[in-house]
Design a protein around this ligand. Structure first.
Ligand code: NI
Length: 169
């Protein structure tokens, strides 16, 4: 297992659209292990492959209090989303230190394969539903700050670039 570097907004690679996984083999399982280790190490509740510069449809999530309920979604697709929506603050490992409100469906049903290649449908609500929608956006090359106003987004972009310059100095 290995901790992978996480891309930081506004890295253009965060906007690459991920391709479907062709088969769940040892390579994919190795990547999933590394993604889980990376997510736990960063104290995140979700991580998309896009964020570690792998452009395949793979997401790992753990919204449990004890951090012991890993959920692996390979080739996930939202097959149903509730019309009821709520705005809640979100953060992202690729946009550290920034939290802002995004409107999401209260519940979603997501079909995905697990690490055995078994397809199943998961019914998600609450924090898990928000997390699923946030991570699936990453696979489409979308970061949550893109839901914010251009003014806010530009302010965040400047802040991130300034911080990255300082880190390099
Ligand atoms: Ni994120």
């Amino acid at each position: 297992m290995a901790i992978l570097p996480i891309l930081c907004y506004p890295d253009p690679r965060l906007h690459i659209v991920a391709k479907p996984v062709q088969g769940v083999d040892d390579r994919v399982r190795g990547l999933v292990s590394d993604m889980l280790e990376t997510m736990y190490d960063a104290h995140g509740i979700g991580l998309a492959a896009t964020q570690v510069d792998v452009h395949e449809r793979i997401v790992v999530i753990d919204v449990s209090e004890e951090r012991n309920e890993p959920l692996v979604l390979i080739n996930p697709e939202i097959v149903w989303a509730s019309a009821e929506k709520h705005r809640g603050d979100e953060g992202c490992l690729s946009v550290p230190g920034i939290y802002d409100g995004v409107e999401r469906s209260d519940s979603v049903h997501v079909r995905a394969m697990d690490v055995q290649g078994q397809s199943r449908t998961i019914e998600a609500d609450g924090l898990l539903a928000v997390c699923v929608q946030h991570e699936l956006d990453h696979l489409l090359g979308k970061v949550f700050v893109e839901y914010l106003s251009p003014l806010k987004r530009n302010r965040i972009k400047s802040k991130m670039l300034k911080r990255q310059r300082e880190d390099r100095a």
